[in-house]
Design a protein around this ligand. Structure first.
Ligand code: 3IX
Length: 179
Protein backbone atom coordinates (compact mmCIF):
# COMPACT_ATOMS: atom_id res chain seq x y z
CA UNK A 1 0.00 0.00 0.00
CA UNK A 2 1.34 3.43 -0.95
CA UNK A 3 2.07 5.63 2.05
CA UNK A 4 1.43 9.33 1.29
CA UNK A 5 4.42 11.62 1.62
CA UNK A 6 3.54 13.98 4.49
CA UNK A 7 5.61 16.75 2.89
CA UNK A 8 3.54 16.63 -0.29
CA UNK A 9 1.45 19.75 -0.77
CA UNK A 10 -2.13 18.70 -1.32
CA UNK A 11 -5.23 20.75 -0.90
CA UNK A 12 -8.42 20.25 -2.83
CA UNK A 13 -9.28 23.84 -2.05
CA UNK A 14 -8.61 26.62 -4.57
CA UNK A 15 -9.72 30.23 -4.25
CA UNK A 16 -12.91 29.24 -6.08
CA UNK A 17 -13.90 26.80 -3.33
CA UNK A 18 -12.71 28.92 -0.39
CA UNK A 19 -15.45 30.98 1.28
CA UNK A 20 -14.85 34.74 1.05
CA UNK A 21 -14.23 36.57 4.34
CA UNK A 22 -17.80 37.87 4.44
CA UNK A 23 -19.41 34.45 3.95
CA UNK A 24 -22.15 33.56 6.43
CA UNK A 25 -21.95 30.66 8.86
CA UNK A 26 -23.97 27.71 7.53
CA UNK A 27 -27.38 27.26 9.13
CA UNK A 28 -29.21 23.97 8.97
CA UNK A 29 -32.85 24.22 7.94
CA UNK A 30 -34.98 22.21 10.43
CA UNK A 31 -37.29 21.13 7.59
CA UNK A 32 -34.37 19.75 5.57
CA UNK A 33 -33.16 18.02 8.71
CA UNK A 34 -36.55 16.33 9.06
CA UNK A 35 -36.37 15.21 5.43
CA UNK A 36 -32.82 13.85 5.83
CA UNK A 37 -33.75 10.18 5.70
CA UNK A 38 -36.13 10.79 2.80
CA UNK A 39 -33.70 12.45 0.37
CA UNK A 40 -33.78 9.21 -1.62
CA UNK A 41 -37.54 9.50 -2.03
CA UNK A 42 -37.14 13.06 -3.39
CA UNK A 43 -34.52 11.81 -5.83
CA UNK A 44 -36.81 8.96 -6.89
CA UNK A 45 -34.35 6.33 -5.64
CA UNK A 46 -32.75 6.59 -9.10
CA UNK A 47 -29.66 8.46 -7.94
CA UNK A 48 -26.34 6.90 -9.01
CA UNK A 49 -24.88 7.98 -5.66
CA UNK A 50 -27.57 6.84 -3.24
CA UNK A 51 -30.29 4.89 -5.05
CA UNK A 52 -30.46 1.61 -3.13
CA UNK A 53 -31.25 -0.51 -6.20
CA UNK A 54 -29.35 1.29 -8.96
CA UNK A 55 -27.31 -1.40 -10.76
CA UNK A 56 -23.61 -0.85 -10.04
CA UNK A 57 -24.49 2.43 -8.30
CA UNK A 58 -22.59 3.57 -5.25
CA UNK A 59 -25.59 2.89 -2.99
CA UNK A 60 -24.29 5.32 -0.41
CA UNK A 61 -26.18 5.14 2.86
CA UNK A 62 -26.53 8.35 4.83
CA UNK A 63 -25.72 7.43 8.41
CA UNK A 64 -26.45 10.74 10.14
CA UNK A 65 -25.47 14.34 10.55
CA UNK A 66 -24.42 16.88 13.18
CA UNK A 67 -25.28 20.39 12.05
CA UNK A 68 -24.26 20.67 8.39
CA UNK A 69 -21.75 17.85 8.79
CA UNK A 70 -23.12 14.72 7.18
CA UNK A 71 -21.92 11.13 7.18
CA UNK A 72 -22.29 8.29 4.71
CA UNK A 73 -20.76 4.98 3.68
CA UNK A 74 -20.43 2.75 0.66
CA UNK A 75 -18.52 -0.32 -0.48
CA UNK A 76 -16.32 -0.34 -3.59
CA UNK A 77 -17.49 -3.20 -5.82
CA UNK A 78 -15.66 -4.67 -8.84
CA UNK A 79 -17.80 -2.56 -11.22
CA UNK A 80 -16.27 0.57 -9.63
CA UNK A 81 -12.75 -0.37 -10.74
CA UNK A 82 -10.33 1.72 -12.73
CA UNK A 83 -6.91 0.12 -12.43
CA UNK A 84 -7.19 -3.59 -11.62
CA UNK A 85 -8.40 -4.07 -8.08
CA UNK A 86 -8.64 -0.34 -7.34
CA UNK A 87 -11.50 2.16 -7.31
CA UNK A 88 -11.79 4.48 -10.33
CA UNK A 89 -11.06 8.09 -9.41
CA UNK A 90 -14.32 9.24 -10.97
CA UNK A 91 -16.20 6.91 -8.66
CA UNK A 92 -14.50 8.45 -5.64
CA UNK A 93 -15.24 11.96 -6.95
CA UNK A 94 -18.90 10.95 -7.43
CA UNK A 95 -19.02 9.67 -3.86
CA UNK A 96 -17.64 12.98 -2.60
CA UNK A 97 -20.15 14.88 -4.77
CA UNK A 98 -22.96 12.90 -3.15
CA UNK A 99 -21.92 13.50 0.44
CA UNK A 100 -21.12 17.18 -0.20
CA UNK A 101 -24.54 17.50 -1.82
CA UNK A 102 -26.08 15.92 1.25
CA UNK A 103 -24.58 18.62 3.46
CA UNK A 104 -25.79 21.28 1.01
CA UNK A 105 -29.26 19.73 1.20
CA UNK A 106 -29.26 20.32 4.97
CA UNK A 107 -29.04 24.07 4.33
CA UNK A 108 -32.60 23.90 3.00
CA UNK A 109 -32.13 25.18 -0.57
CA UNK A 110 -31.90 23.22 -3.80
CA UNK A 111 -28.23 23.12 -4.67
CA UNK A 112 -26.28 21.71 -7.61
CA UNK A 113 -22.54 21.21 -7.85
CA UNK A 114 -20.86 24.12 -9.66
CA UNK A 115 -17.26 23.11 -9.07
CA UNK A 116 -15.75 19.99 -7.50
CA UNK A 117 -12.05 19.70 -6.61
CA UNK A 118 -10.57 16.39 -5.52
CA UNK A 119 -7.32 15.09 -4.07
CA UNK A 120 -6.75 11.36 -4.42
CA UNK A 121 -4.49 10.65 -1.46
CA UNK A 122 -4.18 6.85 -1.48
CA UNK A 123 -5.50 3.99 -3.60
CA UNK A 124 -8.79 2.42 -2.55
CA UNK A 125 -8.95 -1.36 -3.05
CA UNK A 126 -12.10 -3.06 -4.32
CA UNK A 127 -13.99 -4.33 -1.28
CA UNK A 128 -13.13 -1.27 0.83
CA UNK A 129 -15.82 0.28 2.96
CA UNK A 130 -15.44 4.03 2.41
CA UNK A 131 -16.59 6.36 5.18
CA UNK A 132 -17.61 9.77 3.89
CA UNK A 133 -17.88 13.07 5.78
CA UNK A 134 -18.80 16.52 4.47
CA UNK A 135 -19.53 19.93 5.90
CA UNK A 136 -20.40 23.43 4.78
CA UNK A 137 -17.70 26.02 5.41
CA UNK A 138 -19.71 29.13 4.49
CA UNK A 139 -22.58 30.53 2.46
CA UNK A 140 -22.32 33.57 0.21
CA UNK A 141 -25.38 34.56 -1.83
CA UNK A 142 -26.39 31.49 -3.85
CA UNK A 143 -23.06 29.79 -3.21
CA UNK A 144 -22.47 27.18 -0.53
CA UNK A 145 -18.83 26.24 0.08
CA UNK A 146 -18.33 22.59 0.96
CA UNK A 147 -15.48 20.29 1.96
CA UNK A 148 -15.16 16.66 2.94
CA UNK A 149 -13.13 13.49 2.97
CA UNK A 150 -13.40 9.74 2.48
CA UNK A 151 -11.63 7.32 4.82
CA UNK A 152 -11.09 3.62 4.33
CA UNK A 153 -11.67 0.83 6.80
CA UNK A 154 -13.51 2.89 9.41
CA UNK A 155 -14.58 6.41 10.34
CA UNK A 156 -11.11 7.03 11.80
CA UNK A 157 -9.29 5.14 9.05
CA UNK A 158 -6.73 6.74 6.73
CA UNK A 159 -7.93 9.49 4.41
CA UNK A 160 -8.08 8.24 0.82
CA UNK A 161 -9.82 11.19 -0.85
CA UNK A 162 -10.44 14.84 -0.01
CA UNK A 163 -12.73 17.24 -1.82
CA UNK A 164 -13.82 20.84 -1.81
CA UNK A 165 -16.67 22.29 -3.81
CA UNK A 166 -18.93 25.19 -4.46
CA UNK A 167 -22.60 24.37 -4.78
CA UNK A 168 -25.01 26.86 -6.34
CA UNK A 169 -28.60 27.31 -5.24
CA UNK A 170 -31.06 26.92 -8.11
CA UNK A 171 -34.82 27.30 -8.49
CA UNK A 172 -37.06 24.24 -8.72
CA UNK A 173 -37.36 24.85 -12.50
CA UNK A 174 -33.73 23.77 -12.82
CA UNK A 175 -35.00 20.21 -12.33
CA UNK A 176 -38.43 20.43 -13.92
CA UNK A 177 -37.99 22.51 -17.11
CA UNK A 178 -38.02 20.65 -20.42
CA UNK A 179 -34.73 20.63 -22.31
C1 3IX B 1 -38.18 17.28 -9.15
C2 3IX B 1 -37.58 18.01 -7.95
C3 3IX B 1 -36.20 17.57 -7.62
C4 3IX B 1 -35.67 18.44 -6.52
C5 3IX B 1 -34.29 17.95 -6.11
C6 3IX B 1 -33.66 18.95 -5.26
C7 3IX B 1 -32.44 18.79 -4.75
C8 3IX B 1 -31.68 17.56 -4.97
C9 3IX B 1 -30.26 17.79 -4.73
C10 3IX B 1 -29.57 17.15 -3.79
C11 3IX B 1 -30.13 16.09 -2.95
C12 3IX B 1 -29.25 15.66 -1.88
C13 3IX B 1 -28.17 14.84 -1.98
C14 3IX B 1 -27.13 14.96 -2.93
C15 3IX B 1 -27.44 14.42 -4.21
C16 3IX B 1 -26.66 14.59 -5.23
C17 3IX B 1 -25.34 15.29 -5.15
C18 3IX B 1 -24.81 15.52 -6.51
C19 3IX B 1 -25.20 16.90 -6.98
C20 3IX B 1 -24.88 17.03 -8.41
O1 3IX B 1 -24.09 16.33 -8.95
S1 3IX B 1 -25.68 18.26 -9.28
C21 3IX B 1 -25.26 17.84 -10.98
C22 3IX B 1 -24.02 18.50 -11.48
N1 3IX B 1 -24.18 19.91 -11.61
C23 3IX B 1 -24.87 20.48 -12.62
O2 3IX B 1 -25.44 19.82 -13.43
C24 3IX B 1 -24.86 21.99 -12.66
C25 3IX B 1 -24.83 22.48 -14.09
N2 3IX B 1 -24.60 23.90 -14.11
C26 3IX B 1 -25.59 24.80 -14.04
O3 3IX B 1 -26.78 24.46 -14.09
C27 3IX B 1 -25.20 26.23 -13.91
O4 3IX B 1 -23.93 26.47 -14.45
C28 3IX B 1 -25.23 26.72 -12.42
C29 3IX B 1 -26.66 26.54 -11.85
C30 3IX B 1 -24.22 25.95 -11.55
C31 3IX B 1 -24.85 28.22 -12.36
O5 3IX B 1 -25.55 28.92 -13.37
P1 3IX B 1 -26.49 30.18 -13.06
O6 3IX B 1 -26.71 30.87 -14.37
O7 3IX B 1 -27.67 29.78 -12.27
O8 3IX B 1 -25.67 31.08 -12.07
P2 3IX B 1 -24.38 32.03 -12.34
O9 3IX B 1 -23.58 31.56 -13.49
O10 3IX B 1 -24.88 33.43 -12.34
O11 3IX B 1 -23.53 31.75 -10.99
C32 3IX B 1 -24.04 32.11 -9.71
C33 3IX B 1 -22.84 32.29 -8.80
O12 3IX B 1 -22.15 31.02 -8.72
C34 3IX B 1 -20.81 31.14 -9.22
N3 3IX B 1 -20.47 29.94 -9.99
C35 3IX B 1 -21.22 29.35 -10.96
N4 3IX B 1 -20.58 28.29 -11.43
C36 3IX B 1 -19.41 28.22 -10.76
C37 3IX B 1 -18.31 27.33 -10.83
N5 3IX B 1 -18.30 26.31 -11.70
N6 3IX B 1 -17.27 27.53 -10.02
C38 3IX B 1 -17.27 28.54 -9.13
N7 3IX B 1 -18.29 29.43 -9.01
C39 3IX B 1 -19.34 29.26 -9.83
C40 3IX B 1 -20.82 32.37 -10.10
O13 3IX B 1 -19.53 32.94 -10.20
C41 3IX B 1 -21.81 33.27 -9.38
O14 3IX B 1 -21.16 33.87 -8.28
P3 3IX B 1 -21.53 35.37 -7.86
O15 3IX B 1 -22.93 35.32 -7.32
O16 3IX B 1 -20.53 35.72 -6.80
O17 3IX B 1 -21.41 36.20 -9.10
Amino acid sequence: MTVPNPARRTSPRSDLTTPPPDAAEPRVDPKAELDFSEIGDVLGNACFGCGPEVPHGLRITRTGHEGSTSYGEFTVIPEHQGAPGLAHGGILAAAMDEILGTSAWLLGGRYVTGRLETDFVRPVPVGSRVHLTARCTGVHGRKAYMEGEGRIGGPDGPVAVRAAAVFIEVPLEHFTEER
